[in-house]
Design a protein around this ligand. Sequence first.
Ligand code: ADE
Ligand code: ZN
Length: 335
Amino acid sequence: MNDFIAGIPKAELHLHIEGTLEPELLLTLAERNKIQLPYKSESDVKKAYQFADLQSFLDIYYQGASVLIEEQDFYDLTWAYLCKAHQENLQHVEIFFDPQTHTSRDIKFEVVINGITAALKQAEKQYHISSCLILCFLRHLPEAEAFNTLNQALFYKDQIIAVGLDSSEKGNPPEKFVNVFEQARKAGFLTVAHAGEEGPADYIWQALNLLKVSRIDHGIRCDEDKSLMKKLATDQVPLTLCPLSNVKLRVFNTMAEHNFKKLLDANLCVTVNSDDPAYFGGYITANMQAIATSFNLNKQHIYQLTKNAFNASFAGEERKQVLLQSLHDYMSLHC
Ligand code: ADE
Ligand code: ZN
């Protein structure tokens, strides 16, 4: 089963590029840019990656992002991820980036996006990996700052497919961002939002009804509300689940306690993703293997998860058909 999962063509729909910063590159960039970090070695860094909840992770994650200064740094970060993606047979990736984490340190928006998109273009050429870029607003900051970010994003409209919402969820409900999301939709962006990761099921309703999202990122707390479960199943709203993240951030104590199988069995459109793999101990293959082991999944389950991801992606119709065909070809060969 592990080999089957490793080889199947895949799509990643929930990945923060800043969350792919591996300890080795973190230390290299800190030295290159003369940034002081409280770590001397990779093992110091790894020791610090013990989290009690989302906020304790975010504190370390934003500190890590402080080593990203030059366009080349954003390129190196993204390219390192795409090389891993290629090794794991990812055919399509949708990448979140958090411009405010960088513009707040006086790094220009253009530096961030130019570095990331140069690597995405290279991966398309060299590895035939298609990609979309999703700009996330930091929800712990005021809506006015999200508006500033949106205004900068308008200059890069053709390179950004959607806007999203991430960072500290509790106390920062989707309704706080209703105006900026409306403006973003008017400008032609699709929308997604982290909701129901640590926050209540009501935040998922808000993301759907107020932010008009195409997908819910995480959404695991939907099972606290029966009518929400029904709505998600009926409308087949995709959920981008991130199992290793949820265990590492103690949303669930163990993988066996994760509600993944409950959501799958309730006929929700679930997908499996890696969130911040450098911090949570594994990329997409490891996430799929972890749930396959914990829930005794078969090849048909893995096929369903992958098909869900291709269908839920923002790839164009033609590309989607190519992705689905590659999946069917793989299944014919291996089943
Ligand atoms: N930013 C990076 N990873 C995140 C997560 N899992 N939840 C919210 N914001 C994030
Ligand atoms: Zn996330």
